[in-house]
Write a protein that binds this ligand. Structure first.
Ligand code: NAD
Length: 389
Protein backbone atom coordinates (compact mmCIF):
# COMPACT_ATOMS: atom_id res chain seq x y z
CA UNK A 1 0.00 0.00 0.00
CA UNK A 2 0.96 3.65 -0.37
CA UNK A 3 0.75 5.24 3.08
CA UNK A 4 1.23 8.90 3.93
CA UNK A 5 2.19 9.51 7.57
CA UNK A 6 1.33 13.04 8.71
CA UNK A 7 3.41 14.14 11.71
CA UNK A 8 6.17 11.77 10.59
CA UNK A 9 8.87 13.67 12.51
CA UNK A 10 7.13 13.09 15.87
CA UNK A 11 7.52 10.64 18.76
CA UNK A 12 5.06 8.16 17.22
CA UNK A 13 4.92 9.21 13.56
CA UNK A 14 8.59 8.42 12.89
CA UNK A 15 8.64 4.85 14.32
CA UNK A 16 5.30 4.19 12.60
CA UNK A 17 6.73 5.27 9.24
CA UNK A 18 9.69 2.91 9.77
CA UNK A 19 7.44 0.01 10.79
CA UNK A 20 5.20 0.46 7.74
CA UNK A 21 8.22 0.78 5.44
CA UNK A 22 9.77 -2.33 6.99
CA UNK A 23 6.51 -4.22 6.33
CA UNK A 24 6.86 -3.44 2.62
CA UNK A 25 4.58 -0.41 2.21
CA UNK A 26 5.48 2.66 0.13
CA UNK A 27 5.72 5.37 2.77
CA UNK A 28 5.88 9.16 2.75
CA UNK A 29 6.15 11.40 5.81
CA UNK A 30 4.97 14.99 6.23
CA UNK A 31 5.72 17.47 8.98
CA UNK A 32 5.99 21.22 9.62
CA UNK A 33 8.49 20.70 12.50
CA UNK A 34 6.19 22.50 14.95
CA UNK A 35 7.17 19.99 17.63
CA UNK A 36 10.83 21.00 17.39
CA UNK A 37 9.82 24.65 17.73
CA UNK A 38 7.80 23.93 20.93
CA UNK A 39 11.08 22.61 22.36
CA UNK A 40 12.73 25.95 21.60
CA UNK A 41 9.76 27.86 22.99
CA UNK A 42 9.67 25.88 26.25
CA UNK A 43 13.45 25.55 26.59
CA UNK A 44 13.32 21.74 26.72
CA UNK A 45 14.64 18.95 24.52
CA UNK A 46 14.13 15.27 23.87
CA UNK A 47 16.17 13.21 26.33
CA UNK A 48 17.47 11.12 23.44
CA UNK A 49 19.09 13.23 20.70
CA UNK A 50 17.20 13.11 17.41
CA UNK A 51 18.48 13.76 13.91
CA UNK A 52 16.86 16.20 11.47
CA UNK A 53 14.13 14.44 9.45
CA UNK A 54 16.12 14.43 6.19
CA UNK A 55 19.03 12.72 7.96
CA UNK A 56 16.66 10.15 9.47
CA UNK A 57 15.28 9.34 6.03
CA UNK A 58 18.82 9.05 4.61
CA UNK A 59 19.85 6.77 7.50
CA UNK A 60 16.83 4.52 6.88
CA UNK A 61 17.79 4.23 3.19
CA UNK A 62 21.33 3.28 4.24
CA UNK A 63 20.17 0.72 6.81
CA UNK A 64 17.22 -0.85 4.98
CA UNK A 65 17.63 0.05 1.30
CA UNK A 66 14.11 1.54 1.42
CA UNK A 67 12.97 5.01 0.40
CA UNK A 68 10.69 7.23 2.44
CA UNK A 69 9.42 10.34 0.62
CA UNK A 70 9.36 13.58 2.59
CA UNK A 71 6.95 16.54 2.44
CA UNK A 72 7.77 19.63 4.54
CA UNK A 73 4.68 21.79 5.11
CA UNK A 74 1.80 22.81 7.33
CA UNK A 75 -1.58 21.02 7.21
CA UNK A 76 -3.23 24.31 8.14
CA UNK A 77 -2.24 25.40 4.61
CA UNK A 78 -5.02 23.77 2.59
CA UNK A 79 -3.22 24.20 -0.76
CA UNK A 80 -0.14 22.42 0.57
CA UNK A 81 -2.27 19.59 1.98
CA UNK A 82 -4.30 18.91 -1.14
CA UNK A 83 -1.18 19.26 -3.34
CA UNK A 84 0.68 16.68 -1.26
CA UNK A 85 -2.21 14.20 -1.35
CA UNK A 86 -2.53 14.67 -5.12
CA UNK A 87 1.21 14.20 -5.57
CA UNK A 88 1.66 11.08 -3.39
CA UNK A 89 -1.75 9.47 -4.11
CA UNK A 90 -1.89 7.34 -0.94
CA UNK A 91 -4.22 4.43 -0.26
CA UNK A 92 -4.20 5.43 3.41
CA UNK A 93 -3.33 8.58 5.34
CA UNK A 94 -2.21 8.17 8.96
CA UNK A 95 -2.77 11.47 10.74
CA UNK A 96 -0.59 12.12 13.81
CA UNK A 97 0.15 15.78 12.99
CA UNK A 98 -1.37 17.74 15.85
CA UNK A 99 -0.30 19.70 18.93
CA UNK A 100 -0.65 16.91 21.45
CA UNK A 101 0.16 18.17 24.95
CA UNK A 102 -2.78 18.90 27.26
CA UNK A 103 -0.67 21.22 29.49
CA UNK A 104 0.55 23.19 26.44
CA UNK A 105 -3.08 23.83 25.44
CA UNK A 106 -3.89 25.03 28.97
CA UNK A 107 -1.05 27.59 29.34
CA UNK A 108 -3.11 30.59 28.26
CA UNK A 109 -5.49 31.88 25.60
CA UNK A 110 -2.79 31.99 22.90
CA UNK A 111 -1.83 28.34 23.37
CA UNK A 112 -5.45 27.15 23.58
CA UNK A 113 -6.35 29.01 20.39
CA UNK A 114 -3.22 27.79 18.61
CA UNK A 115 -3.94 24.17 19.60
CA UNK A 116 -7.53 24.15 18.42
CA UNK A 117 -6.74 26.11 15.23
CA UNK A 118 -3.80 23.88 14.34
CA UNK A 119 -5.58 20.63 15.08
CA UNK A 120 -9.13 21.30 13.90
CA UNK A 121 -8.20 23.25 10.74
CA UNK A 122 -5.38 20.84 9.80
CA UNK A 123 -7.73 17.88 10.13
CA UNK A 124 -10.45 19.64 8.12
CA UNK A 125 -7.93 20.30 5.34
CA UNK A 126 -7.04 16.60 5.31
CA UNK A 127 -10.74 15.68 4.98
CA UNK A 128 -11.24 18.14 2.11
CA UNK A 129 -8.07 16.90 0.38
CA UNK A 130 -9.31 13.29 0.54
CA UNK A 131 -12.74 14.27 -0.76
CA UNK A 132 -11.18 16.23 -3.63
CA UNK A 133 -8.37 13.87 -4.66
CA UNK A 134 -9.87 10.43 -4.03
CA UNK A 135 -12.64 9.56 -1.53
CA UNK A 136 -11.40 5.95 -1.53
CA UNK A 137 -8.39 7.01 0.60
CA UNK A 138 -8.71 5.60 4.12
CA UNK A 139 -8.05 8.12 6.90
CA UNK A 140 -6.48 6.63 10.03
CA UNK A 141 -6.70 9.41 12.60
CA UNK A 142 -5.09 9.53 16.04
CA UNK A 143 -7.56 10.50 18.70
CA UNK A 144 -7.11 9.96 22.41
CA UNK A 145 -8.75 8.09 25.27
CA UNK A 146 -8.85 11.49 26.97
CA UNK A 147 -11.76 12.41 24.69
CA UNK A 148 -14.06 10.25 26.81
CA UNK A 149 -12.99 11.52 30.22
CA UNK A 150 -13.94 9.24 33.10
CA UNK A 151 -17.68 8.46 32.78
CA UNK A 152 -19.38 6.32 35.39
CA UNK A 153 -20.35 3.72 32.73
CA UNK A 154 -18.26 1.46 30.49
CA UNK A 155 -16.42 3.25 27.68
CA UNK A 156 -17.46 1.66 24.39
CA UNK A 157 -15.53 1.90 21.10
CA UNK A 158 -16.81 5.25 19.88
CA UNK A 159 -20.50 4.45 19.62
CA UNK A 160 -23.23 3.87 22.21
CA UNK A 161 -26.66 2.34 21.79
CA UNK A 162 -29.06 4.59 23.68
CA UNK A 163 -32.66 3.83 24.60
CA UNK A 164 -34.56 6.96 25.53
CA UNK A 165 -38.29 7.09 26.23
CA UNK A 166 -38.77 3.73 24.57
CA UNK A 167 -36.83 4.52 21.36
CA UNK A 168 -33.32 3.29 20.53
CA UNK A 169 -30.53 4.80 18.41
CA UNK A 170 -26.79 4.26 17.85
CA UNK A 171 -25.08 7.50 18.78
CA UNK A 172 -21.54 8.82 19.05
CA UNK A 173 -20.37 8.07 22.59
CA UNK A 174 -20.78 11.24 24.73
CA UNK A 175 -17.46 12.89 25.47
CA UNK A 176 -16.22 14.73 28.56
CA UNK A 177 -12.64 15.75 27.71
CA UNK A 178 -10.21 17.25 30.21
CA UNK A 179 -8.33 20.00 28.33
CA UNK A 180 -8.55 22.28 25.27
CA UNK A 181 -6.23 19.81 23.53
CA UNK A 182 -8.55 16.88 24.24
CA UNK A 183 -11.47 19.04 23.10
CA UNK A 184 -9.72 19.60 19.75
CA UNK A 185 -9.72 15.82 19.27
CA UNK A 186 -13.45 15.65 20.03
CA UNK A 187 -14.07 18.34 17.42
CA UNK A 188 -11.95 16.33 14.96
CA UNK A 189 -13.95 13.17 15.65
CA UNK A 190 -17.21 15.00 14.92
CA UNK A 191 -15.84 16.49 11.70
CA UNK A 192 -14.59 13.09 10.53
CA UNK A 193 -17.89 11.32 11.35
CA UNK A 194 -19.69 14.06 9.43
CA UNK A 195 -17.42 13.64 6.38
CA UNK A 196 -18.02 9.86 6.41
CA UNK A 197 -21.79 10.33 6.70
CA UNK A 198 -22.11 13.14 4.13
CA UNK A 199 -19.35 12.46 1.58
CA UNK A 200 -19.02 8.72 2.09
CA UNK A 201 -15.38 8.90 3.21
CA UNK A 202 -13.86 5.97 5.12
CA UNK A 203 -12.12 6.61 8.43
CA UNK A 204 -10.75 4.92 11.53
CA UNK A 205 -10.50 7.06 14.66
CA UNK A 206 -8.00 5.55 17.08
CA UNK A 207 -8.63 6.67 20.64
CA UNK A 208 -5.19 6.00 21.94
CA UNK A 209 -4.11 5.63 25.55
CA UNK A 210 -0.96 7.12 27.06
CA UNK A 211 2.06 5.76 25.19
CA UNK A 212 5.24 4.56 26.92
CA UNK A 213 8.53 3.24 25.62
CA UNK A 214 11.10 4.64 23.24
CA UNK A 215 12.41 1.85 21.04
CA UNK A 216 10.94 -0.26 18.27
CA UNK A 217 12.85 -2.96 16.36
CA UNK A 218 13.39 -0.46 13.52
CA UNK A 219 14.54 2.57 15.55
CA UNK A 220 16.98 0.31 17.41
CA UNK A 221 18.84 -0.47 14.18
CA UNK A 222 20.88 2.76 14.22
CA UNK A 223 21.18 5.65 16.71
CA UNK A 224 20.29 8.06 13.88
CA UNK A 225 16.85 6.38 13.71
CA UNK A 226 15.99 7.10 17.37
CA UNK A 227 12.67 8.70 18.18
CA UNK A 228 12.15 11.41 20.76
CA UNK A 229 11.81 10.76 24.48
CA UNK A 230 10.10 13.54 26.40
CA UNK A 231 10.20 13.80 30.16
CA UNK A 232 9.25 17.39 30.94
CA UNK A 233 5.98 18.34 32.66
CA UNK A 234 4.45 19.68 29.42
CA UNK A 235 5.25 16.94 26.87
CA UNK A 236 6.49 14.01 28.95
CA UNK A 237 3.94 11.21 29.30
CA UNK A 238 3.61 9.86 32.81
CA UNK A 239 5.48 6.56 32.72
CA UNK A 240 8.38 7.95 30.70
CA UNK A 241 8.69 10.83 33.21
CA UNK A 242 8.67 8.48 36.21
CA UNK A 243 11.46 6.38 34.68
CA UNK A 244 13.72 9.41 34.40
CA UNK A 245 12.88 10.61 37.89
CA UNK A 246 13.80 7.16 39.25
CA UNK A 247 17.15 7.16 37.43
CA UNK A 248 17.99 10.67 38.67
CA UNK A 249 17.13 9.70 42.24
CA UNK A 250 14.29 12.24 42.28
CA UNK A 251 10.91 11.41 43.80
CA UNK A 252 8.24 10.33 41.31
CA UNK A 253 5.84 13.27 41.14
CA UNK A 254 2.31 11.91 41.45
CA UNK A 255 -0.41 14.51 40.96
CA UNK A 256 -3.01 14.43 43.74
CA UNK A 257 -3.82 11.05 45.28
CA UNK A 258 -2.70 9.16 42.16
CA UNK A 259 -6.10 7.45 41.95
CA UNK A 260 -6.68 8.76 38.39
CA UNK A 261 -6.82 5.73 36.06
CA UNK A 262 -5.76 5.86 32.42
CA UNK A 263 -5.37 3.48 29.49
CA UNK A 264 -1.77 2.75 28.48
CA UNK A 265 -0.07 1.30 25.41
CA UNK A 266 3.48 0.26 24.54
CA UNK A 267 5.02 2.16 21.59
CA UNK A 268 5.62 -1.18 19.82
CA UNK A 269 1.86 -1.82 19.94
CA UNK A 270 1.06 1.68 18.69
CA UNK A 271 2.96 1.12 15.45
CA UNK A 272 1.40 -2.33 15.01
CA UNK A 273 -2.13 -0.99 15.61
CA UNK A 274 -1.59 1.54 12.85
CA UNK A 275 -0.47 -1.19 10.46
CA UNK A 276 -3.51 -3.31 11.32
CA UNK A 277 -5.90 -0.38 10.86
CA UNK A 278 -4.31 0.65 7.54
CA UNK A 279 -4.25 -2.87 6.09
CA UNK A 280 -7.89 -3.51 7.12
CA UNK A 281 -9.64 -0.32 5.99
CA UNK A 282 -13.04 0.90 7.13
CA UNK A 283 -15.86 0.60 4.58
CA UNK A 284 -16.86 3.58 2.45
CA UNK A 285 -19.10 5.79 4.61
CA UNK A 286 -17.96 4.09 7.81
CA UNK A 287 -16.66 6.03 10.81
CA UNK A 288 -14.93 3.21 12.69
CA UNK A 289 -13.57 3.77 16.18
CA UNK A 290 -11.08 1.64 18.11
CA UNK A 291 -9.87 2.23 21.65
CA UNK A 292 -6.12 1.86 21.13
CA UNK A 293 -4.94 0.89 24.61
CA UNK A 294 -4.01 -2.44 26.15
CA UNK A 295 -4.13 -1.99 29.95
CA UNK A 296 -5.44 0.42 32.56
CA UNK A 297 -3.45 1.63 35.55
CA UNK A 298 -3.91 4.36 38.13
CA UNK A 299 -1.10 6.90 38.28
CA UNK A 300 -0.25 5.59 41.76
CA UNK A 301 0.03 2.03 40.34
CA UNK A 302 2.29 3.23 37.53
CA UNK A 303 4.57 4.85 40.14
CA UNK A 304 4.65 1.53 42.05
CA UNK A 305 5.53 -0.46 38.91
CA UNK A 306 8.42 1.92 38.18
CA UNK A 307 9.61 1.96 41.81
CA UNK A 308 9.46 -1.84 42.13
CA UNK A 309 11.38 -2.48 38.92
CA UNK A 310 14.18 0.02 39.62
CA UNK A 311 17.31 -1.29 41.24
CA UNK A 312 17.62 1.45 43.84
CA UNK A 313 15.58 3.49 46.30
CA UNK A 314 12.65 5.39 44.84
CA UNK A 315 10.41 7.89 46.68
CA UNK A 316 7.02 9.14 45.64
CA UNK A 317 6.00 12.76 46.15
CA UNK A 318 2.34 13.75 45.96
CA UNK A 319 1.93 17.22 44.43
CA UNK A 320 -1.26 19.30 44.39
CA UNK A 321 -2.91 18.27 41.15
CA UNK A 322 -2.48 21.14 38.65
CA UNK A 323 -5.19 19.53 36.51
CA UNK A 324 -8.90 19.32 37.18
CA UNK A 325 -9.75 15.62 37.13
CA UNK A 326 -11.55 13.07 39.28
CA UNK A 327 -9.25 11.55 41.89
CA UNK A 328 -11.14 8.26 42.25
CA UNK A 329 -13.50 6.99 39.59
CA UNK A 330 -14.92 4.05 37.65
CA UNK A 331 -12.88 3.11 34.55
CA UNK A 332 -13.77 0.19 32.35
CA UNK A 333 -12.85 0.40 28.68
CA UNK A 334 -13.88 -1.88 25.83
CA UNK A 335 -10.82 -2.41 23.61
CA UNK A 336 -11.44 -5.51 21.55
CA UNK A 337 -11.52 -4.10 17.99
CA UNK A 338 -7.76 -4.10 17.38
CA UNK A 339 -7.29 -7.45 19.12
CA UNK A 340 -9.91 -8.88 16.72
CA UNK A 341 -7.79 -7.54 13.82
CA UNK A 342 -4.80 -9.45 15.24
CA UNK A 343 -3.08 -7.27 17.84
CA UNK A 344 -1.03 -9.33 20.29
CA UNK A 345 -0.26 -6.74 22.99
CA UNK A 346 2.98 -6.24 24.89
CA UNK A 347 1.82 -5.81 28.47
CA UNK A 348 3.69 -3.64 30.93
CA UNK A 349 6.51 -5.84 32.07
CA UNK A 350 9.72 -5.29 33.91
CA UNK A 351 11.65 -6.10 30.74
CA UNK A 352 10.47 -3.00 28.94
CA UNK A 353 10.90 -0.75 31.94
CA UNK A 354 14.40 -2.11 32.47
CA UNK A 355 15.35 -1.17 28.92
CA UNK A 356 13.85 2.30 29.48
CA UNK A 357 16.01 2.71 32.59
CA UNK A 358 18.99 2.01 30.31
CA UNK A 359 17.91 4.74 27.86
CA UNK A 360 17.42 7.22 30.71
CA UNK A 361 20.75 6.30 32.30
CA UNK A 362 22.65 6.81 29.04
CA UNK A 363 21.28 10.33 28.51
CA UNK A 364 20.68 11.62 32.03
CA UNK A 365 23.29 14.37 31.62
CA UNK A 366 20.82 16.04 29.21
CA UNK A 367 18.05 16.34 31.82
CA UNK A 368 16.85 19.73 33.00
CA UNK A 369 15.38 18.85 36.41
CA UNK A 370 13.40 22.08 36.68
CA UNK A 371 11.44 21.14 33.54
CA UNK A 372 9.87 18.19 35.38
CA UNK A 373 7.92 20.37 37.85
CA UNK A 374 4.40 21.22 36.63
CA UNK A 375 3.88 24.93 36.00
CA UNK A 376 0.61 25.02 34.06
CA UNK A 377 -2.48 25.36 36.27
CA UNK A 378 -5.81 24.22 34.81
CA UNK A 379 -7.80 26.47 37.16
CA UNK A 380 -5.81 29.60 36.43
CA UNK A 381 -4.65 30.30 32.88
CA UNK A 382 -1.65 32.62 32.61
CA UNK A 383 -2.57 36.14 31.59
CA UNK A 384 -0.12 38.99 30.94
CA UNK A 385 -2.80 41.49 31.98
CA UNK A 386 -3.65 39.65 35.20
CA UNK A 387 0.04 39.22 36.06
CA UNK A 388 0.62 42.96 35.60
CA UNK A 389 -2.44 43.84 37.66
P1 NAD B 1 4.48 14.67 18.52
O1 NAD B 1 4.22 16.07 18.92
O2 NAD B 1 5.79 14.06 18.88
O3 NAD B 1 4.27 14.50 16.93
C1 NAD B 1 3.34 15.25 16.20
C2 NAD B 1 4.05 15.74 14.93
O4 NAD B 1 3.10 16.48 14.14
C3 NAD B 1 5.21 16.68 15.25
O5 NAD B 1 6.38 16.25 14.59
C4 NAD B 1 4.73 18.04 14.74
O6 NAD B 1 5.80 18.84 14.25
C5 NAD B 1 3.74 17.65 13.66
N1 NAD B 1 2.69 18.66 13.42
C6 NAD B 1 1.92 19.29 14.34
N2 NAD B 1 1.09 20.16 13.75
C7 NAD B 1 1.34 20.07 12.41
C8 NAD B 1 0.79 20.73 11.27
N3 NAD B 1 -0.14 21.68 11.37
N4 NAD B 1 1.28 20.40 10.04
C9 NAD B 1 2.26 19.45 9.91
N5 NAD B 1 2.81 18.82 10.96
C10 NAD B 1 2.35 19.13 12.20
O7 NAD B 1 3.26 13.80 19.12
P2 NAD B 1 3.14 12.22 19.32
O8 NAD B 1 3.34 11.93 20.76
O9 NAD B 1 3.91 11.50 18.29
O10 NAD B 1 1.59 12.03 19.03
C11 NAD B 1 1.12 11.81 17.71
C12 NAD B 1 -0.40 11.77 17.69
O11 NAD B 1 -0.86 10.73 18.57
C13 NAD B 1 -1.03 13.07 18.17
O12 NAD B 1 -2.14 13.37 17.36
C14 NAD B 1 -1.47 12.74 19.58
O13 NAD B 1 -2.58 13.49 19.95
C15 NAD B 1 -1.78 11.27 19.50
N6 NAD B 1 -1.63 10.63 20.81
C16 NAD B 1 -0.39 10.56 21.42
C17 NAD B 1 -0.26 9.97 22.66
C18 NAD B 1 1.06 9.87 23.36
O14 NAD B 1 1.10 9.33 24.48
N7 NAD B 1 2.15 10.35 22.79
C19 NAD B 1 -1.40 9.45 23.30
C20 NAD B 1 -2.63 9.52 22.67
C21 NAD B 1 -2.73 10.12 21.42
Amino acid sequence: MRILVLGGDGYLGWPTALHLSDCGHEVAVADNFARRSYDHEMGVQSLVPIEPLQQRVDAWREVSGKEIALYGGDLVDGEFTVGMVRDFRPDAIVHFAEQRAAPYSMIDRKHAVYTQHNNVVGNLNVLFAIEEVDPEIHLVKLGTMGEYGTPNIDIEEGWLEVTHKGRTDRMLYPKKPGSFYHLSKVHDSHNIEFACRIWGLRATDLNQGVVYGQETPQTARDPRLATRFDYDAIFGTVLNRFVIQAVLGHPLTVYGTGGQTRGLIDIRDTVECIRLAAENPAERGEFRVFNQMTESFSVGEIAKVVANSYDGAVDVEHLDNPRVEQAEHYYNVVHTGLVELGLDPHLLSNTLITSLFGVAEAHKHRVDSAAMRPTVQWRKPASPMRDQG
